[in-house]
Design a protein around this ligand. Structure first.
Ligand SMILES: *Cc1c(COP(=O)(O)O)cnc(C)c1O
Length: 384
């Protein structure tokens, strides 16, 4: 290729001078953990989501594991888990010794098929974890009713749903808790990090305790410096001050990031509308505000090989893409070896994994980039 072509990466962390200065200021001081930045970040995120309580943790996975651990999950227990999600949603359950019971996706939205949840519930079921797939709020009214009727815990994996709400309530506030991810290519980043939000004050206090070894006093609360007690087992799942300082700046920019995502998503959806091979996953209804992590679209049935060719064709034209997620979790080797697997148990999750492609809409891109993505798809598909 002779002429240089501007690349359109799938995702890119939006780190600016503000984040760099905030990190430099933390490093210039002496408090790297247990400090004011973490508290200020929790407060900023709490306000953004309008949550009563927010607890910062080292990752979304850590936050979900803390939640299940705190509720005493273990061997012999079961949790209903979407088949179409990041492996972390299932790992957080399996790490406690409990068994994830996978439920297939709704092929139109990618969210867990709510009509299949009830038949997955047994006398061993302790909870349900729901994922707001790629930022589309799940049907929380039905799931909350179901959880209540069966006396189950309800956890929301909000890793891709910051900014997404249902009936005016932010995702994460519908269940017992919601957990967010600040991994580099998510809606906002702290490099690594997570946040648990909840309406339950006792739970928030318990999570604060066990994210830091179960130590019963933070530095500020110790009557005699260095002296504390440990009433129980705990983890080291804290967020540090460097991550929190980045997070404070990112929350300030989050409304702008989300506006750009929505603009890009709309432009891209319009530009793709006349490509008949594409069936974008549903973008919701007037009850929801979508987080627009990306625009994921199904290709025709049987297009496994053509999907690879399309990804390659886009790459040659400078367009990054991704697949969410490349396997239904129960098909991943670890879970397949544990519990066995048949594609016929999860046909919609398998369809999404095998014949969808995720296109970028992040705030590092503009509507002009969206038009270039559509053109690149059309050029690649010519003659197929
Ligand atoms: C990214 C992601 C996670 C994992 O988040 P970490 O912060 O890396 O632990 C969990 N669930 C979903 C749905 C994700 O997309």
């Amino acid at each position: 290729m002779t002429r240089s072509m501007e690349q359109i990466p799938f995702g890119r962390p939006m780190i600016g001078d503000e984040e760099q200065q905030a990190v430099a200021a933390v490093l210039a001081g002496s408090i790297l953990v247990h400090g004011p930045k973490t508290l200020a970040f929790e407060e900023a995120f709490r306000q953004f989501t309008d949550a009563p309580h927010a607890v910062a943790v080292s990752s979304c996975t850590a936050g979900m594991h803390l939640f299940w651990h705190e509720h005493g999950l273990g061997k012999g227990d079961e949790v209903v888990v979407p088949a179409q999600t990041h492996v972390a949603t299932a790992h957080a359950v399996a790490l406690t010794g409990a068994r994830p019971i996978f439920v297939d996706a709704d092929p139109v939205t990618g969210n867990m098929d709510v009509s299949r949840v009830e038949s997955a519930i047994t006398e061993r079921t302790k909870g349900i974890v729901v994922v707001h797939f790629l930022g589309l709020p799940a049907d929380m009214t039905s799931l909350a009713m179901l959880a209540k009727r069966h006396g189950l815990l309800l956890l929301e994996d909000c890793a891709l749903s910051v900014g997404a709400s249902l009936d005016g309530s932010h995702t994460g506030l519908w269940g017992d808790a919601g957990v967010f991810s600040f991994y580099p290519v998510k809606h906002m980043t702290t490099a690594e990090g997570g946040m648990v939000i909840t309406r339950n004050q006792d739970l928030a206090e318990r999570l604060r305790l066990i994210r830091a070894f179960g130590v019963n006093r933070t530095h500020g609360e110790r009557a005699t410096p260095g002296v504390y007690n440990v009433p129980e087992l705990g983890f080291n799942y804290r967020m540090n001050e460097i991550n929190a300082a980045i997070g404070i700046e990112q929350v300030k920019k989050l409304p702008g990031f989300l506006t750009k995502r929505a603009e890009n998503r709309n432009t891209l959806a319009d530009a793709l509308a006349d490509i008949e091979e594409l069936t974008p996953l549903a973008s919701g209804n007037d009850r929801v505000v979508h987080g627009h992590y990306c625009l994921s679209t199904l290709l025709p049935q049987g297009w496994e090989a053509k999907r690879s060719a399309l990804i390659k064709g886009l790459k040659e034209r400078g367009v990054g893409s991704s697949v969410y997620y490349p396997h239904p979790v129960p098909r991943l080797d670890y879970y397949q070896n544990q519990y066995g697997y048949r594609d016929s148990d999860f046909p919609s999750a398998a369809r999404i994994s095998d014949t969808s492609i995720a296109l970028p809409v992040g705030p590092h891109l503009t509507p002009d980039h969206m038009k270039r993505i559509a053109t690149a798809i059309k050029e690649t598909l010519v003659g197929w």
